[in-house]
Design a protein around this ligand. Sequence first.
Ligand SMILES: Cc1ncc(COP(=O)(O)O)c(C=O)c1O
Length: 485
Amino acid sequence: MRSPLDLDQATMQRLGHRVADIVAAHLATIRDEPVIASVPRAQLNAVFPAEAPRAPTEFESLLSVLQESVFPYHAREPHPGFLAYVPSCPTFPALLGDWLATGYNFFAGVWPVAAGPNQLEMVVLEWFRAWMGMPKGSGGLLTSGGSAANLTAVVAARHAAVDRGADITRLTLYTSAQAHSSVVRAAWIAGISRTNVRTVAMDDSLRMTAGELEDAINADRSAGFEPFLVVASAGTTNTGSVDHLHPIADLCENERLWLHVDAAYAGFAALTAEGKAMLSGIERADSLTLDPHKWLFVPFECGCLMARDPELLASAFRIMPEYLRDVEPAEEEVNFADRGEQLTRYSRALKVWLSVGYFGTDAIAAAIQDAMERARLMQSLVEASPDFEILSPAQFGIVCFRARPPDADEGFLDALNEGINRRIVSEGRFLISSTRLRGAFSLRICTLGFRTTHDDIRELFATIKGALAAEAGSPPLVGRIAFRQ
Ligand SMILES: Cc1ncc(COP(=O)(O)O)c(C=O)c1O
């Protein structure tokens, strides 16, 4: 007798088409939706009964609940007005790749049970290796995201150090204050003492320098610590800055330290000539973080860790329990579960392969290049206005700036710009975000999404100017700011 959980083909097709239609309609009309909407939890509590239903519910009724009470309340990352944080703007073929991967439910942890999907992961990793200019033989795995990739690298580097006889309590890790927070969290998780995570000073452009790094390493060695890992950034989240990679790589070679480079979103700029030049030095990393769910236009979740010597990953993670004796890989095959923390993992390679294959790298490189042009356009608009100033110029897709009307009282600038940020977000047409740079509150935009046009950027800047006018005229700022109409 057929299980009631086993739907017949016609039903599966009907339900599947409904879902595909909903997503296609959503993406085709996304520009008309608000970029973000939310709702108080209490209001949603009323919609969802606490108990799971014992009896079946019509698929259409379930979809109605989703459409009325779930889908409206989120920030639409693929929206042309989403310029906050690091947007994820997936292509439709990439979404379909995810659906196929989950539809087949491949177990991509070990080679023998999913040779096809695992081969696809090898193919995609080899593309990434070549794009980044890492030496042949480098390899790694696709992860849930950049945080997981950073964690995998830190654990592998820690294992290599302890394997060489280092005392884990004396291990010190070096990174900059602009590094992504997942780097420090990775150190914590990997058992590196919180007091042994060093924040190396940066230059005026917020880049970690080899000189300051060397001083920190020497001071630690003299005090009996064991430096083991440097985490450099190639495209920081805050400003897009790239640490001084070549001198840092030289130093790491001399000091025999593992160099991990976090190029989570910016790494894919290597597909363009301009980006490749900006990223020069990433190819020297012992390990590299990439996030295809950022600038390679695939949906969450997809990160990547690439290691110069993938055996160092296997050495840290490989474990072969008796119940997995049947799934030993042959020579040249890889059990991806041996390279990270995840045994059961789905095939993230499908979405990357399908999207890159469908469009080709020329189109993807052009989309990346255009994102950089949009950031430069924003910079030029800011520079042309006497009421604004750049706090960090366009790097990859990120620009930081603030309103600074002539004669504005410096002490009020933070409040003024916080007000502008709030106003922009509350209007629902654009979502931007903020950060602090050298102590100052900064507006920040990130232009990665391929739906954003140059006209959108012009409209955003006009909206920001409007928000400045409204803020400058509202208490407590009125009279404090000489504002030109
Ligand atoms: C430079 C950098 N590294 C790491 C991460 C963390 O990646 P994820 O959010 O995919 O875990 C981010 C996220 O924005 C990032 O910008």
